[in-house]
Design a protein around this ligand. Structure first.
Ligand SMILES: [Zn+2]
Length: 251
């Protein structure tokens, strides 16, 4: 990623650069209010609360060891954080304007002190992005990553097999990567007490672990599986060490 890309474009263009739909999924309701399509106090207040909850959830998400894999991802996230600070500053400025209209209608007492305090807070917030965003985001965006993430589901599952020491059961010709949602058809058999006990694979847009039935294999040699456990990780090409850690936690 070039550091010459303006920092707002890093987060604004992320949805187009990813094949996943989570940005649209999370924001579809909020987007219906974009462009001032709000008419009453409950809408305005609720949007601010949703923003605050999203910010708090981001704080919680960043507590996870595998919340980000690369400096490029860190640059996108940081750009979005600076955009939040900037938007909060602009919102406070507009709050001052709105408060003046409330005063003008005679619906509240003169609020000179409140205007003064809100304006000072807005000025502080609006100074953050111009002072720091370009430098911080630019530094992260220019930082070379030393990890090469898998290019498809097959490379992912093959890397996980190597990390976990499992037996990769190939189901296709070399070079094929498979489909993001259905995977590539390959699976990993993992032992317990010296015998195959689990099968790990991908399908229906999920990574899952199956428990092998202790009974006899089928006549074609395939194993029979019982319990299916979904992992809390849907990305078709996550960091293999992350995926392996999630599998290990279930074994
Ligand atoms: Zn495969």
């Amino acid at each position: 990623m070039s550091r010459s890309i303006p920092w707002p474009e890093l987060w604004q263009g992320y949805e187009e650069r990813t094949s996943r739909t989570i940005v649209g999924d999370l924001t579809s309701e909020v987007r219906s209010y974009a462009g001032g399509n709000t008419g009453e106090p409950d809408d305005t207040i609720s949007l601010a609360i949703v923003g605050a909850e999203a910010a708090r959830a981001t704080v919680d998400a960043l507590d996870h060891e595998w919340a980000l894999y690369t400096p490029e991802q860190a640059a996108v996230l940081t750009a979005a954080l600076f955009a939040q600070v900037d938007a909060a500053g602009i919102a406070l400025q507009r709050l001052c304007r709105l408060l003046a209209q409330v005063e003008g209608r005679g619906d509240c007492a003169p609020a000179d002190r409140a205007h003064e305090l809100i304006k000072a807070a807005a000025d502080d917030l609006l100074s953050v992005a111009p002072t720091h965003a370009e430098a911080v985001v630019g530094e992260l965006a220019a930082l070379p990553a030393t990890v090469t993430l898998p290019s498809g589901p097959h490379d992912t599952i093959a890397a996980v097999a190597e990390i976990l020491g499992g037996s990769l059961k190939a189901r296709h010709e070399p070079g094929e990567q498979g489909d993001d949602s259905d995977g590539c058809g390959c699976s990993i058999e993992l032992d317990k007490d010296g015998r195959p006990h689990w099968v790990f694979s991908r399908g229906d847009s999920r990574w899952y672990l199956l428990v092998i039935d202790e009974g006899e294999p089928q006549s074609d040699g395939n194993v029979v599986c019982t319990n299916s456990i979904d992992l809390d990780l849907s990305d078709p090409c996550p960091h293999p060490e992350h995926l392996a850690a999630e599998v290990r936690a279930l074994l």
